[in-house]
Design a protein around this ligand. Structure first.
Ligand SMILES: [Zn+2]
Ligand SMILES: [Zn+2]
Ligand SMILES: [Zn+2]
Length: 330
């Protein structure tokens, strides 16, 4: 389990922790996109394609750590860690980043249930995916989602028009119940909720949640959605707000999680100088954890066969021996 607790983190290690942050059983690596409707200069809103959770990031300022002369990396210490809130602060400067996590408006289970009674087109009709029921349903899940999307967007875009007040035929009761639609007298039609700002915001969220579901399904089929996707990957934006400027050995936006490096608040594509700095900083801040950090830097030195890091380990173990403390490397 990857946690925000433990050693302070460089921005890249912090991001790796964020994409792996989960609280329930369904573990996955979040696949983030920038929200289409929300987010501005002061806040960044991410939505995960897989769980539809929303992560709102607010930072005190943008960019690199000017107070860290060595490599301009923030050293992010976790100050709050709950199911819905992660806050971190840099120990060099005043930079803070606060993440608030919201559940989706439409429970992901509702989409899963829709899928059980509808079929999904695949690349080949022969390879059509069965959804495990006796009589294969003839309704296509894409068509259902397309209808939902049109209804939701129609509501959002029809300010002051009678269109928004249009009743709809029941398509999925549970879905429209969630949006605030009410069944009317004849029991076949749903009436839309009041046209207030709160509802518009809610509909905008749901519109994005439908898009995420469709994007996820599109990868497995030949069918494309009527909306061209207007969702951008967030890495450039995150790089801008967190100031992830460093000298990577290999340029990647989001390195995969590697526990040895994470112990030091680092990622595997960082260079030796940064690793040495991170180690030094970590033992300064938590001397009681020296054995753990030393073990990590030792493993890193072995893995990348680094002379300078080997020397650092040697130096450290000799120092340890000199002051009487016992450090055993595995
Ligand atoms: Zn997710
Ligand atoms: Zn800083
Ligand atoms: Zn620090």
């Amino acid at each position: 389990m990857i946690e925000f607790a433990g050693c302070a983190k460089t921005p890249h290690s912090w991001l790796t922790a964020l994409v792996n942050y989960y609280n329930e059983d369904k573990k996955h690596i979040h696949e983030f996109f920038l929200s289409k409707y929300f987010g501005d200069r002061s806040k960044t809103v991410l939505i995960c394609k897989k769980c539809h959770k929303r992560f709102t990031l607010i930072t005190s300022e943008h960019g690199i750590c000017v107070a860290n002369p060595e490599n301009n990396l923030h050293h992010l210490h976790t100050t709050t860690l709950t199911k819905t809130n992660i806050a971190s602060q840099c120990c060099y400067c005043n930079f803070t980043v606060n993440v608030v996590i919201h559940e989706p408006f439409i429970d992901i289970q509702i989409f899963d249930d829709l899928q059980k009674r509808r079929f999904i087109l695949t690349y080949s009709p022969l390879a059509r995916k069965t959804n495990g029921v006796d009589n294969e349903p003839m309704i296509d899940l894409f068509d259902t989602l397309d209808t939902f999307s049109r209804i939701v967007e129609n509501f959002i875009h029809s300010i002051n028009s009678d269109d928004a007040k249009r009743k709809i035929y029941i398509n999925s009761k549970v879905f429209f119940d969630n949006l605030g639609y009410k069944l009317v007298d004849d029991q076949n039609f749903f009436e839309p909720p009041p046209f207030t700002n709160d509802y518009i915001v809610k509909f905008q969220h749901v519109s994005e949640e439908i898009d995420m579901k469709v994007m996820d399904m599109s990868e497995k089929t030949f069918k494309t959605f009527r909306n061209p996707y207007k969702y951008k990957k967030p890495y450039q934006r995150l790089q801008f707000i967190l100031g992830t400027e460093y000298d990577p050995r290999y340029r990647t936006f989001l390195p995969s999680f590697n526990p040895i490096y994470a112990t030091l608040g680092c990622v595997s594509d960082m260079n030796d100088e940064i690793l040495e700095w991170a180690y030094t900083k970590a033992i300064e801040e938590s001397p009681e954890k020296i054995p753990e950090y030393l073990q990590a830097i030792y493993e890193v030195s072995k893995e990348r066969n680094s002379e300078p890091l080997r020397n650092l380990v040697l130096e450290q173990t000799q120092e340890g021996a000199a002051d009487g403390s016992r450090i055993t490397l595995l």
